[in-house]
Design a protein around this ligand. Structure first.
Ligand SMILES: Cc1cc2nc3c(=O)[nH]c(=O)nc-3n(C[C@H](O)[C@H](O)[C@H](O)COP(=O)(O)O)c2cc1C
Length: 175
């Protein structure tokens, strides 16, 4: 396993993927990371929808006006939908699970990108959520926070530059 700090520096959003499917054991580890994520009141109210069908992925990429194209060429996408009736911190819970899966992927050398779904719309104003509900049979009572795309990297990104971290946003003892 990579040192966690190095992993955090290395991880960048990857939007171009090789066409190969991930190995089942890699998909399992990524899902396990999501299922290991902490949740408010231990509500564990997530639902992860695993999609590998290229035609469905192509259609999913049209769920919002911009920013969803990485889904079309990804060999794998995991939709993070939440049973928001179970806990009021469902957005935070979804975000943590999404990030855990991205970090697990990075540790496996797999690229990933977060695609925002909550409060995002198609050009005609239709919510991105609706398109995904139709395509994947997700109940309308389960808000979707993110779609995370995964795949073997087909682009190189520079690691984060620790010299450029926003230390000015850190306030010691007082704002
Ligand atoms: C909440 C959130 C929403 C994001 N939404 C999108 C998105 O819809 N489409 C996309 O291509 N990237 C999206 N990203 C990726 C960001 O653009 C990316 O994390 C940011 O530019 C920093 O780059 P890095 O991840 O390479 O460090 C999102 C990231 C986060 C955390």
């Amino acid at each position: 396993m990579t040192n966690l700090h190095d992993l955090l520096i290395q991880r960048r959003s990857i939007r171009k993927y090789k066409p190969d499917y991930l190995k089942p054991e890699e998909v399992r580890l990524i899902l396990e990371a999501g299922l290991l994520a902490p949740t408010s009141k231990s509500s564990r109210a997530w639902h992860f929808i695993v999609v590998e069908d290229p035609q469905v992925l192509e259609q999913m990429s049209q769920c919002k006006a911009a920013g969803a194209m990485p889904i079309a060429k990804a060999p794998l996408a995991i939709v993070v939908a939440m049973d928001s009736s179970k806990d009021d911190a469902w957005i935070e819970d979804a975000a943590i699970a999404s990030a855990y899966m991205q970090l697990q992927a990075e540790d496996l050398g797999i690229g990933s990108c977060w695609i925002e779904i909550r409060d995002r719309y198609q050009a005609d104003g239709t919510p991105a959520q609706e398109k995904l509900e139709e395509l994947l049979g997700i109940p309308e009572t389960m808000p979707i926070v993110s779609v995370i795309t995964f795949g073997y990297k087909d682009e190189e990104r520079k690691p984060q530059n620790v010299e450029k971290l926003l230390w000015e946003n850190v306030h010691i003892s007082k704002w």
